[in-house]
Design a protein around this ligand. Structure first.
Ligand SMILES: Cc1cc2nc3c(=O)[nH]c(=O)nc-3n(C[C@H](O)[C@H](O)[C@H](O)COP(=O)(O)OP(=O)(O)OC[C@H]3O[C@@H](n4cnc5c(N)ncnc54)[C@H](O)[C@@H]3O)c2cc1C
Length: 339
C-alpha cells in the first residue's frame, strides 16, 4: 500500500535483484503493506542449471519456474516488479536514496535491499563455459546426487585444493583429480593420504579442454592429446560479488576465502545506514534456501525500522501541533472504543 505522502516513483523499499534473496525480502515487506519495487535484471546465478536441489518442498524444480512462482506470490501483495538494471543508488541527503535505472527511470527509496548475487568466473578452458550447469558443475549439494557413481573429473584449484575431490569421492568410486600442471610436490603428505583414503586417482598433466560427443561430456583432454574418459567435470569458479552499488555507497567489505564481500550484521544491514545486502551479494556460501532466509530476515528488520521511523515522525508532528497529554489519551480512548 502506497503511503499517501509518497509520490508516484517513491517507495518504502527498493529491492535490487529478484532472485531468492530479493524476492523473499519483497514478500515479507509486501505482506507488511510496504510499498516495494523489485528491479531485476533477470540473470539469476543458477539459470544454467535445469533443476534446483536442496530447497525443502521444491527439490528438483526448475530455477526459472521457482522464481516465476515467487514473483506471482509477491505481486499478489502489491509489490511492483520491473525487468531493468539499477545503475546507481545515491544518498539523497535525508537518509533516503535516489535510484537510477538503465532504462532511464529514476525512483526514490527510503530503504534499499541489494540482492544482486555474484558472478561465477569459470576457468578458461575450452568446453567449460558451454557445459556449465550441465555436466560441468561445482557443488556436490546442488548436483552431486544426480552424478553419483559416474566417472567424475575434478579440476585442481589452488584456492579450494583437494576439497572438491574428497567431497565428490563420497558420491562416486570413480573420481580423478586433474592437477592441471600444479606441482605434485606442492601437495602436502596429508593431502596425498586423504586422496588415497577417499580412493581418488590423480593425473598431473596440464588440462587442454573437454571432449564433447553428441551434446554430452565424454572426456578430459590433456595437453599432448591424451583423453581421460569422464562424464562429469567439477570446477571451482572464482565467485565475485556483484557489489558495485554497495561499494559506490561506501559499504565496508570483509575478506572471505572467495574474496571481498559486503560486511553485514545478522540482519543483512551493511555499514551504510538504510542499506541491506542479502544472498550471494553478501556471501559466497549462500544457497537458494539460505538466500531466501536472509531476505526474509532483512524484510522483517526493515519493516520494524520503517515502523519506528514512521512513529517517530508522527510523534514529532503531534508535538509541533496540538499535542497535549490529555488530548493524546482522549484520542487513544476513542480509538479503543472504535469511534
Ligand atoms: C550452476 C549452478 C547451479 C546451482 N544449483 C543450486 C541448487 O541446486 N540449489 C541451491 O540451493 N543453490 C544452487 N546454486 C546456487 C544459487 O544459484 C544461489 O544460491 C542463489 O541463486 C542465490 O540467490 P540470490 O538471490 O542471492 O542471487 P541470484 O539468484 O543470482 O539473483 C540475483 C539477481 O539480481 C539481478 N541483478 C544483479 N545486478 C543487478 C542490478 N544492478 N540491477 C537489477 N538486478 C540485478 C540478477 O540479474 C539476478 O536476477 C547454483 C549455482 C550455480 C552457479
Amino acid at each position: 500500500m502506497r503511503n499517501q505522502e509518497q509520490s508516484e516513483n517513491a517507495y518504502d523499499v527498493v529491492v535490487v535483484g529478484g532472485g531468492a534473496a530479493g524476492l523473499a525480502a519483497a514478500l515479507i515487506l509486501g505482506r507488511s503493506r510496504r510499498s516495494v519495487l523489485v528491479v531485476d535484471a533477470g540473470e539469476p546465478r543458477n539459470a544454467p542449471a535445469a533443476h534446483m536441489h536442496g530447497y525443502p518442498s521444491r527439490d528438483g524444480m526448475a530455477p526459472a519456474a521457482f522464481l516465476a512462482e515467487v514473483r506471482r506470490e509477491v505481486a499478489a501483495y502489491g509489490v511492483e516488479l520491473v525487468r531493468d538494471k539499477v545503475t546507481a543508488a545515491e544518498p539523497d541527503g535525508s537518509g533516503a536514496f535516489d535510484v537510477a535505472l538503465a532504462g532511464g527511470g529514476r525512483v526514490h527509496a527510503r530503504r534499499l535491499v541489494v540482492a544482486t548475487g555474484l558472478v561465477d568466473e569459470l576457468p578458461d578452458l575450452p568446453g567449460v563455459a558451454e557445459r556449465w550447469g550441465n555436466d560441468v558443475i561445482h557443488c556436490p549439494y546442488c548436483h552431486g546426487w544426480e552424478v553419483r557413481d559416474q566417472a567424475i573429473g575434478v579440476l585442481y584449484a589452488k584456492a579450494s585444493g583437494i576439497h572438491q575431490a574428497l567431497l565428490f569421492g563420497q558420491l562416486s568410486d570413480d573420481v580423478t583429480l586433474f592437477l592441471d600442471g600444479a606441482d605434485e610436490d606442492g601437495l602436502p603428505d596429508s593431502d596425498w593420504q586423504l586422496l588415497a583414503a577417499a580412493g581418488v586417482s590423480v593425473v598431473s598433466g596440464k588440462v587442454d579442454g573437454l571432449v564433447v560427443t553428441d551434446d554430452a561430456l565424454t572426456g578430459v583432454r590433456l595437453a599432448g592429446g591424451r583423453v581421460f574418459p569422464r562424464s562429469v567435470f567439477v570446477v571451482a569458479p572464482r565467485m565475485v560479488a556483484q557489489d558495485t552499488l554497495l561499494t559506490a555507497l561506501g559499504a565496508r567489505t570483509k575478506e572471505t576465502p572467495a574474496g571481498p564481500f559486503a560486511e553485514v550484521d545478522p540482519t543483512g544491514l551493511t555499514s551504510v545506514p538504510g542499506v541491506w545486502a542479502v544472498g550471494n551479494a553478501a556471501g559466497p556460501a549462500e544457497q537458494v534456501v539460505n538466500a531466501a532466509s536472509a531476505g526474509y530476515r532483512a524484510g522483517v528488520t526493515i519493516n520494524v525500522d520503517l515502523l519506528h521511523a514512521d512513529l517517530d515522525r508522527a510523534t514529532e508532528r503531534r508535538r509541533s501541533g496540538v499535542f497535549s497529554p490529555e488530548g493524546e489519551r482522549a484520542v487513544a480512548r476513542a480509538r479503543a472504543a472504535g469511534v
